[in-house]
Ligand binder design. Structure first.
Ligand SMILES: [Zn+2]
Length: 127
């Protein structure tokens, strides 16, 4: 079984979301009594589940990763944001006053002069 997953995308946040949405729709469909409406809910649920399985089995990992990154930014979880959250204990992020890009600096260095790596602007902050 392990060999089967070699070189495949596997599960990511988008696939987990698709499966969760599919499960919710299937549960919703199971309590709907009108046949037509039940099918109108169940068919998209199956489509979502099929899409999730397709993404996990896919060997086009770069493409799937792009889709996942797009999904994460849609829900406000861009890769940059996640990186910022991950090293929040050791680093601080300041917005450059000139170009508004984020500058990453180590924490607990006292007052330091920060040179923006994007535009070269210098500003002083307490870290
Ligand atoms: Zn700048």
């Amino acid at each position: 079984m392990a060999g089967f997953y070699n070189g495949r995308n596997g599960s990511d946040q988008l696939s987990v979301f698709l499966i969760a949405a599919a499960v919710i729709l299937v549960v919703a469909a199971s309590v709907i009594e009108t046949e037509l409406i039940r099918m109108a809910v169940a068919v998209p649920a199956l489509a979502l589940a099929a899409w999730a399985v397709f993404r996990m089995m896919s060997k086009n990992i770069g493409r799937r990763r792009n889709e996942n990154d797009t999904f994460l930014s849609l829900i406000g979880q861009s890769p940059e944001k996640r990186a910022r959250r991950a090293d929040r204990k050791t680093h601080r992020y300041f917005r450059c006053p000139k170009c508004k890009e984020y500058c990453r600096v180590p924490r607990n260095k006292g007052k330091i002069r920060i040179t923006c790596p994007h535009c070269g602007e210098q500003f002083i902050k307490r870290t």
